[in-house]
Design a protein around this ligand. Structure first.
Ligand SMILES: [Zn+2]
Length: 387
C-alpha cells in the first residue's frame, strides 16, 4: 500500500508545483492551495498509517495534465495488478475525461480501462471498449486477444472463431488448433440438440482448421458409432494414431466396440499387437493386449505377457491386472501379503490421475479439452507411460 504513496506523492508534488507555476502566471491561487492542502492531508494520513485515506484524498484532487498522464497510467496499472480494480477504474476513467490527453494517450487509457473491466469481470463493458479499439485500429493485437478471452468465457464460439481468424491474419499466430476446438464446441452443442447434419458439418470445419484435431476425429467416430456405421468409425479412430499418438489410450475402448459390432474381433487383436510394436511401453496398450489374450481364451499366455511387460515397463495398472488374474497355486499358502498388495495397488490407482496437462502440469481424472489450469486447448493428455 505504501508503494502507491511513493508514486502518488511525487505526482501530487509535481501537480502542485505545476499548478502553482500556472497560478503565479495567471494570478489564480485557489487550485494551488487546494492541491497543497490535499498534499499535506495525504501526507498526514500516511504519517497516521492510514494509506487508504491518503490515496483517496490525493486521487480526488490530482490534476491531470500532459506532464502527469504517464504517472497516472502507471498508477492505474499498479492498482490493477494489485487487485485494486475499483481504484484502477477510477484513475483511468478520470484520465479519459481530460481534454489535455493526446490521441495516443487517450487510446492507451481506454485500453487500460478495458483491462480493468476484464479484471473486474465486467465483460460487456470490456468488450465494447476492445471492439472500439479494433475499429480505430489501435492496440489491435491486445484488443483481439482480450476479445478472444471474453468470447471463450461467454462460450460465444462463432464470435471466438471470427476473432481467432483475425488474430491469425494480424499476428501470424497459429490459431488453427484453437479454432478447431471452437468448431468442436459448436458440433457438441448441435449434437446435444440432435442436429446431426450440422454437427457433422462443424466437425469437418474443425478438421479443416487443424487436421491434427483428435477431438474432432473422436467426435466423428462417435457420431458414426451412434448411427451404427462401424466401418466409418474404425477409419476415424485409426486416424488418431497419426494425428497424435498420445491419445491412443482414448481409442482402445471405442475401437474394440466397433470391431465387436462388426463381429471382427480378430482384426482388433491384430491391430493391437501391431500398435504395441509401434509404441512399446504404452501401458494402456499393454493392458488391452493382456485383456485381448484372455478374451481369446489364453489366460496363461496373458499372465506371461503381463509379467514380461511389467519387468520391462513397471506400472501400478499392470500390477493390478496381474493380481486380478488370481493367486498362482504355488504361493496360495502365503496369500495374506498377496491380498495386501492387491489392496495397496487398488488404493494407489484410486488416488491416481489419469490425465495431465503437458503445459502447466494440471492433472485430473477426466480428459478436459480446455485445461482448467492454464486454459490452453488440447494440452491435457492421457498418461500412457509406466509409473
Ligand atoms: Zn494446463
Amino acid at each position: 500500500m505504501v508503494e502507491w504513496l511513493l508514486l502518488l506523492l511525487p505526482v501530487a508534488a509535481a501537480s502542485g508545483w505545476l499548478a502553482g507555476r500556472r497560478s503565479a502566471e495567471s494570478a489564480h491561487g485557489s487550485s494551488h492551495s487546494q492541491l497543497n492542502s490535499a498534499y499535506f492531508a495525504g501526507l498526514n494520513y500516511l504519517l497516521n498509517e492510514q494509506p487508504d485515506k491518503a490515496i483517496d484524498t490525493l486521487l480526488d484532487v490530482l490534476e491531470v495534465d500532459s506532464d502527469t498522464v504517464e504517472p497516472h497510467l502507471a498508477l492505474g496499472n499498479l492498482f490493477r495488478r494489485r487487485g485494486e480494480v475499483g481504484r484502477a477504474i477510477r484513475v483511468h476513467q478520470n484520465l479519459i475525461e481530460k481534454p489535455c490527453l493526446s490521441s495516443l494517450q487517450r487510446e492507451q487509457a481506454l485500453l487500460e480501462l478495458g483491462l480493468d473491466y476484464m479484471r473486474a469481470g465486467m465483460l460487456d463493458r470490456a468488450e465494447s471498449l476492445f471492439l472500439e479499439a479494433l475499429k480505430r485500429k489501435s492496440h489491435v493485437g491486445t484488443a483481439l486477444r482480450q476479445l478472444l478471452d471474453i468470447y471463450q468465457q461467454e462460450k460465444n464460439w462463432s464470435q471466438a472463431i471470427a476473432i481467432a481468424q483475425q488474430l491469425h491474419e494480424e499476428s501470424g499466430e497459429a490459431t488453427g488448433p484453437m479454432i478447431a476446438h471452437f468448431y468442436c464446441e459448436l458440433a457438441e452443442q448441435r449434437w446435444a440438440r440432435k442436429q446431426i447434419m450440422e454437427a457433422a458439418q462443424f466437425i469437418k470445419q474443425a478438421l479443416a482448421s487443424d487436421w491434427r484435431c483428435v477431438r474432432a476425429t473422436l467426435l466423428q467416430a462417435h457420431l458414426a458409432m451412434e448411427q451404427s456405421d462401424y466401418k466409418m468409425a474404425i477409419r476415424c479412430l485409426r486416424r488418431v494414431e497419426g494425428q497424435d499418438p498420445d491419445y491412443l489410450p482414448e481409442i482402445l475402448k471405442p475401437l474394440s466396440e466397433c470391431y465387436q459390432g462388426l463381429d471382427r474381433q480378430d482384426e482388433f487383436f491384430s491391430w493391437l499387437a501391431e500398435a504395441l510394436e509401434r509404441h512399446p511401453g504404452c501401458t494402456p496398450l499393454i493392458l488391452a493386449q493382456a485383456a485381448s489374450l484372455r478374451r481369446q481364451g489364453e489366460p496363461e499366455k496373458s499372465r506371461r505377457f503381463l509379467l514380461e511387460q511389467l519387468r520391462q515397463y513397471p506400472s501400478v495398472e499392470g500390477l493390478q491386472q496381474l493380481l486380478a488374474l488370481g493367486v498362482p497355486k504355488d504361493i496360495e499358502a502365503a496369500s495374506e501379503p498377496w491380498s495386501l498388495i492387491e489392496e495397496v495397488t487398488r488404493h494407489l490407482l484410486k488416488a491416481k490421475s489419469s490425465y495431465a496437462c503437458c503445459f502447466c502440469g494440471f492433472s485430473g481424472k477426466y480428459c478436459y479439452w480446455q485445461c482448467p489450469g492454464c486454459k490452453r486447448w488440447g494440452t491435457v493428455k492421457p498418461f500412457a507411460g509406466n509409473t
